[in-house]
Design a protein. Structure first.
Length: 119
């Protein structure tokens, strides 16, 4: 199962961006989809996750500013980011886990998309 992320870029503080990540391959079903990020000199950290039923979980640092959503028919997860801060600068990675059509399990990562918040 492959994940393709898009939507990163350069934005000024206070600006907005929307990230997308589409899963493809021999997918039977996806359980949890999520976004993680790794800033310069930092470890990768959870940003937000969403279950197939729509239950969401957010890092405290992004609550009220970021919104995660998903389109189950398209196997796609989104991250709407508003009120961006310089400390949001990072490479953002999407992740998905679930079951393939051969009934095996998968836990896949996207390639990462750079988000830079700077004036």
């Amino acid at each position: 199962v492959q994940l393709q992320a898009s939507g990163g870029g350069l934005v000024q503080p206070g600006g907005s961006l929307r990230l997308s990540c589409a899963a493809s391959g021999s997918i039977f079903g996806i359980n949890v989809m999520g976004w993680y990020r790794q800033g310069p000199g930092k470890q990768r950290e959870l940003v937000a996750t969403i279950t197939s039923g729509g239950y969401t979980n957010y890092a405290d640092s992004v609550k009220g500013r970021f919104t995660i959503s998903r389109d189950n028919a398209k196997n796609t997860v989104y991250l709407q980011m508003i009120s961006l801060k310089p400390e949001d600068t990072a490479v953002y990675y999407c992740n998905a886990d679930g079951r393939r059509t051969d009934w095996g399990l998968f836990d896949s990562w996207g390639q990462g998309t750079q988000v830079t918040v700077s004036s």
